[in-house]
Design a protein around this ligand. Structure first.
Ligand code: ADP
Length: 764
């Protein structure tokens, strides 16, 4: 070995251990995250007795399938009332758990008296899980730690000393089966009908508000997540990011919000067609808040839109249809990935290494006028395709109409596809999407759990639906706030007689996701992990779990992989809107509001010194009214008056454009942020020039004085700061002239807050 070679090798080692450089992290991202290391044959064998593969005859095939969610939500309701008294937890034998949790569970089907619905126990549920998810993780605790979890005696001592973690599963709904199994594996304690004293973890089936009486512990839903993931809000959030970072956010298909953007949509499409007559794009219409393919249809001409019918038009998103998806066996498929948002502040994201691939049941053809209504060809929803006679329920994880994502990746790898790149692109898509959602989620969070008031902390498992294009580029279809966690599927065993039978693929993926989410949320684990350096935390989270009689058993290694803050360096420059949100929250105060009143907006302008003789406070009021009104007309369902975050962001962009005319939008916004942050920092240091204006409310005083972390302050390499603090804003040309007096008289009314209603379906 030459000296030179040794030198280079040593340098490389040093670079690795110092963790320097974005490039290295990018390389790591690719190296670390690939989940397919072995063929699907290595995936745990699930006994054939576990899942009889059976094809279900389509009972009610329909093109739009409007009735599906109704019957399903009925089932959900039934499950809500089936909390049984908790059985004493049987001791775990190795990794095999026998579960009869379902036996005798009453289920009503009032809508179809002739059908008998029996529910079978899930039988042998968890065989081979250790093998599937990897081997037990070796743990290296620091030397000064007195307990060695590898030492069986020590581990037993720890297990005995600790009380089991308590989980309230009363509101778990369709997640119940997978949750019960996970709790058993962890040897934690389940409270199926709730508990008088507080639990450590509350598992809700739908929303944060499933139980509004929780003042401590952790809830598996964030306030506002359902609202944020409705199709229109997701589109708006991504679109704001597309304005700032068009290239980074090009994974979301071009979309228009209906009915408000119908005209724009029509015009843009006709212009595109005029430019190129050969262009015959297809569009997919998705009702806002829809799920399971409900109400979705394809069109080729804006005139074919069904939603434009009188004044009561349905809120929807119309989206460019991806007409060249990647096919396997000539079938279109999508990917369901489970993502855990462990915390918003600091932002922590985990991705499940295993996901599901859901296949269409009719061979794909590019859209034509003839095949637009063929849902089994164009839509990959399980709930639709399961009604097709072609749907294949399979015992295997790598065949049938629902497979593991790893088996698909393995198949692609065998054809020479660079799956590391695919996986790394998917991780990037997930992180960017969550970065787009976080700003508004923080507003909801502060409104429901104001700082300083008792309340739970939150985490949430999200279901990302991703399509791979023919060129392997991942495209975001949607994100589900309540991804189905069912591990059984309905099967018609004889005409009119249905049974629930275990679904090995669902069980394989979903039990791991829930169990490992719980492990990460273990209150003791959380506390002890934070005392270790970040790089060790993930490793340590595979440590023996606590629980009486656990005997130091080591669980499978985590199926959830941390991706944020792990990849902070690559993505933090995208957190610009979060910095604007920090300003918004600061001037909103901590009274539980989600909308900024005119006084709060004036205070923001004054404290950040954005007004002067060319940009008077009267003009500020006009800006406030103008933007707020526009957003109120776009959000007709909204019952709260005032300036919401999206309107504030729009006003902020406007101010930035006025002030830094010559720059691209992204730099304008960052420059204005720097001006504002510098002003507020000065005030924090007691700069007399930064004193609060005379009309500031006491709540604003309080919120201004409390420092908040400002995400994404790492300056993007391309960003050049050009802010000139003394530079004045020139007067805007606004369309709604209103006197400042009128604005302040509205102050009280604008502050009247009606809490939004929280509705949401559990996806099945
Ligand atoms: P839902 O919440 O009703 O399931 P989705 O947005 O997930 O709505 O769309 C349903 C299905 O339609 C997806 O699973 C996918 O197969 C197909 N789909 C959705 N958007 C597109 C698109 N832009 N291009 C191609 N196919 C799409």
């Amino acid at each position: 070995m030459s000296d030179h070679y040794v030198k280079v090798k040593v340098q490389l080692e040093q670079m690795k251990s110092s963790g320097e450089g974005v490039e290295k992290e990018e390389a790591d991202m690719i190296e670390d995250e690939v989940l397919v290391a072995s063929p699907p044959a290595s995936v745990s064998p699930i006994p054939a007795s576990c899942t009889p593969a059976a094809q279900r005859e389509p009972s009610k095939t329909s093109v739009t399938c409007r009735n599906q969610s109704k019957s399903r939500s009925k089932l959900g309701k039934d499950e809500k009332n089936t909390g049984t008294k908790q059985d004493s937890v049987p001791a775990l034998q190795g990794t095999i758990v026998a579960s009869n949790a379902n036996s005798g569970k009453p289920v009503n089907r009032k809508d179809n008296e002739q059908q008998t619905l029996q529910i079978k126990g899930t039988g042998k549920m968890l065989q081979g899980k250790t093998e599937t998810n990897g081997n037990a993780v070796p743990i290296h605790l620091p030397e000064d730690n007195k307990v060695d979890p590898h030492n069986k005696e020590d581990a037993n001592k720890v297990a005995k000393r600790r009380k089991p973690v308590t989980v309230d599963t009363f509101k778990a709904k369709t997640s119940l089966e997978a949750l019960k199994l996970s709790i058993r594996q962890l040897k934690w304690k389940e409270f199926p009908v709730g508990r008088r004293s507080a639990c450590d973890i509350y598992w809700h089936g739908v929303s944060f508000h499933d139980n509004d009486n929780i003042i401590s512990g952790q809830v598996n839903k964030f306030p506002g997540m359902i609202e944020m993931l409705r199709k229109i809000n997701l589109t708006r959030a991504v679109r704001t990011m597309q304005e700032l970072f068009p290239e980074e956010y090009n994974f979301y298909p071009r979309s228009w919000i209906l009915p408000e953007e119908y005209q724009l949509f029509s015009t843009q499409i006709s212009l595109a067609k005029d430019g190129d007559v050969s262009q015959k794009p297809t569009f997919i219409i998705k009702p806002d808040g829809g799920s399971q393919g409900d109400g979705i249809y394809l069109i080729r001409d804006p005139g074919d839109l069904r939603v434009i019918a009188g004044s009561h038009t349905k809120q929807s998103v119309v989206q460019e249809y991806i007409h060249k998806p990647l096919l396997i066996d000539k079938l279109k498929f999508d990917i369901r990935l489970y993502v855990l948002v462990k915390s918003l502040e600091p932002l922590e994201i985990y991705i499940a290494k295993e996901g599901l691939s859901r296949f269409c049941t009719e061979p794909y053809q590019e859209p034509s006028q003839k095949n637009l209504s063929h849902v089994f060809m164009h839509l990959t929803n399980y709930s639709l395709n399961v009604q097709s006679g072609n749907f294949v329920h399979s015992d295997s994880l790598s065949s049938g109409s629902k497979r593991t994502f790893s088996s698909v990746l393995y198949r692609l790898a065998s054809k020479g596809v660079d799956i590391k790149k695919v996986w790394s692109d998917i991780i990037s898509l997930v992180i960017k999407t969550i970065i787009a959602l976080v700003p508004e989620l923080k507003v909801y969070y502060q409104a429901d759990i104001p700082p300083g008031k008792p309340g739970p902390t939150c985490f949430q498992i999200l279901g990302f639906d991703i399509l791979l294009m023919k060129n392997l580029k991942p495209v975001l279809l949607e994100v589900n706030a309540n991804p189905s966690m069912r591990i059984e599927h309905e099967q018609e065993v004889s005409p009119g007689v249905f049974e629930y039978v275990p679904s090995p693929v669902d069980e394989e993926v979903k039990v791991g996701v829930i169990r490992d989410t719980l492990r990460l949320m273990d209150p003791a684990q959380k506390k002890s992990l934070t005392s270790y350096p970040e790089h060790q935390q993930e490793e340590l989270s595979g440590s023996p779990v606590r629980g009486a009689g656990e005997e130091g058993r080591v669980l499978p290694s985590m199926c959830l992989k941390q991706v944020f803050p792990k990849y902070t360096k690559q993505f933090s420059y995208l957190r610009t809107v979060e910095r604007i949100t920090a300003l918004f929250l600061r001037f909103l105060g901590v009274k539980g509001n989600m909308r900024l009143g005119p006084t709060g907006f004036r205070t923001f302008i004054r404290n950040c010194k954005l007004s002067n003789s060319h940009f008077s406070m009267a003009t500020v009021d006009i800006l406030y009214i103008d933007v707020t009104r526009r957003w109120a007309s776009m959000l007709p369902g909204s019952r709260e008056a005032g300036m919401g975050l999206q309107a504030f962001v729009e006003a902020f962009f406007y101010l930035a454009q006025r002030r830094f005319k010559s720059l691209p939008l992204r730099e304008q916004v960052v420059s204005l942020l720097e001006v504002c942050e510098a002003q507020l920092e000065n005030q924090g240091r007691g700069d007399p020039g930064g004193a609060l204006p005379e009309d500031s409310t006491s709540s604003t005083r309080r919120s201004v004085s409390c420092g908040r972390t400002q995400p994404g302050r790492t300056v993007h390499p391309h960003h050049v700061s050009t802010s000139t603090p003394g530079q004045a804003l020139s007067a805007p040309q606004l369309c709604s002239p209103a006197t400042p007096r009128r604005a302040s008289s509205q102050d009280y009314r604008l502050h009247q807050r009606l809490r939004p209603t929280h509705k949401g379906n559990v996806e099945n």
